[in-house]
Design a protein around this ligand. Structure first.
Ligand code: ABF
Length: 218
């Protein structure tokens, strides 16, 4: 199976967890795109979706799935999203697609986070994938210096502006042995909007697609 076929297998497995009549939280990325396509086949069973990016909103709308403003919704039973890396405690690095802030907001509101991944995303220690940090533009230099003090090598994502009008610094060279602590420390830097560590609120269920099929963990 190709990596894309594995992503699709994980994504379609997530359809088993959708509650009838509910609003579904929808992440961003190529794995989630398969989930959105699958969601279209069961759209009569759901009320609609809350989306974590303009790209996902567009895809949902094109498939006839109503997209709600998060502020009008008080309950999201399930949020489905991919990850760039996930460790054994279900802490993740996310934001390779630059949608980390909205992803973290929708995840915070959701009762259950279901992470959909191909097996290459599972790692013993987070940090090989550069950690994305969304930054207010005027704070770019300050945040760059502070991230370097934490031991990373921040690089500005060239030519990229987030859906919120901000910049992304991708932090290379971090070995993240305590993801909750690193997430908390980076959140304290003035000018940081969000960092791509999802450890304080990690995933609740991992659907991991490998050669032998989709593992549902735990
Ligand atoms: C989103 O999609 C991101 O947080 C993460 O960066 C990315 C995963 O990438 P893909 O599904 O395209 O491999 O969930």
């Amino acid at each position: 199976m190709t990596q894309d076929e594995l992503k699709k297998a994980a994504a379609l497995a997530a359809l088993d967890y959708i509650e009838d009549g509910s609003i579904v939280g929808v992440g961003t990325g190529s794995t989630v795109n398969h989930f959105i396509d699958g969601l279209a086949s069961v759209r009569a069973r759901i009320r609609g979706a809350v989306s974590s990016s303009e790209a996902s909103s567009k895809r949902l709308a094109a498939l006839g799935i109503p997209v709600f403003d998060l502020n009008d919704i008080d309950r999201i039973p399930v949020y489905v999203d991919g990850a760039d890396e996930i460790d054994g405690s279900f802490a993740m690095i996310k934001g390779g697609g630059g949608a980390l802030t909205r992803e973290k907001i929708v995840a915070a509101v959701s009762e259950r986070f279901i992470c959909i991944c191909d097996a290459s995303k599972r790692v013993p220690t987070l940090g090989h994938f550069p950690l994305p940090v969304e930054v207010i533009p005027m704070a770019r230099s300050h945040v760059t210096r502070e991230l370097a003090r934490l031991g990373g090598e921040p690089r500005l994502r060239a030519g990229f502006v987030t859906d919120n009008g901000n910049l992304i610094l991708d932090v290379h060279g971090l070995t993240i042995s305590d993801p909750v602590d690193t997430e908390t420390r980076i959140n304290q830097i003035v000018g940081v909007v969000t960092n791509g560590l999802f450890a304080r609120r990690g995933a609740d269920l991992l659907l991991l697609a490998g050669k032998a099929g989709v593992e549902r963990i735990p």
